[in-house]
Design a binder for this molecule. Structure first.
Ligand code: URA
Length: 240
């Protein structure tokens, strides 16, 4: 694959811009400067730098973001900064493969919710992770306003009715870790589901953090606002 096309596929701008970056000497490949935009490389596993910044080639991008509080998962946020501002430009500019450009969040978290958020440009992966048929478990650490009791935990496990659907929704698992800390596992993702489920049992969410999706835990070393690439082992943990 030509170097200009490799850069283009990774979101470094139009083909013309990418050719210009190479010809102006802004690109190194495997540690060596390369100013021939038509030079051929096998992109798989390629490490290059653009203006001194290292970039590993990825055919598809799978990203884990530690979403901080006070951010919106929308590209066009109404009040709070968008999570997309936390990502480098190439991830937002990767050429269009599906209906939209760049990586997209796999589902959404509320403005005040923190924790594990996935982003990708792989439409099939978004569909697979979001489809209720696949029942991918998501684990939430919930801080409650009122003390938790056994009745609330049992009701969340046996099913509560939310205002928009007569069919009860159940937690796949639910454990009171302490008097104000609930660990709740859901396999579906209705709008404000955790908050509405807690309200349905007479409690209230004061803090909400997603700690795990499938078998993938939010890495402890990843601070709020930081992101990392996911590799094949992580995808296996996610998809089972
Ligand atoms: N449930 C909610 O209520 N909010 C979230 O952000 C995620 C799940």
């Amino acid at each position: 694959m030509q170097l200009q096309d490799i850069l283009y596929s990774q979101g470094f701008g139009t083909r013309r811009v990418c050719a210009g970056l190479v010809q102006q000497g802004f690109v190194t490949v495997g540690g060596e400067a390369c100013d021939d935009s038509a030079a051929e490389f096998d992109p798989e596993g390629l490490q290059f730098t653009v203006q001194g910044k290292p970039w590993p080639y990825h055919d598809k991008a799978y990203i884990l973001l530690h979403k901080p509080a006070g951010t919106e998962c929308s590209q066009k946020p109404s009040t709070w900064p968008s999570i997309y501002t936390l990502l480098p430009a190439p991830l937002r500019q990767r050429p269009q493969k599906g209906p939209v450009q760049g990586v997209q969040a796999v589902g959404r978290l509320d403005q005040d919710t923190t924790g594990l958020l996935l982003l990708t440009d792989d439409g099939k992966f978004i569909h697979r992770m979001s489809s209720p048929r696949h029942h991918v478990p998501k684990v939430y650490e919930v801080t409650t306003k009122h003390p938790l009791d056994d009745t609330q935990v049992q009701r969340l496990l046996s099913g509560v009715v939310l205002d928009d659907d007569p069919k009860p929704v159940k937690a796949a698992a639910c454990e009171a870790v302490d008097i104000h800390h609930l660990r709740l596992t859901l396999t579906e993702g209705k709008y404000h589901q955790v908050k509405r489920m807690l309200a349905a049992v007479g409690n209230r969410v004061e803090g909400l953090h997603r700690s795990r999706i499938g078998g993938l835990q939010l890495p402890e070393k990843l601070a709020p606002g930081q992101w990392c690439w996911l590799g094949p082992d992580d995808l296996t943990l996610l998809l089972g």
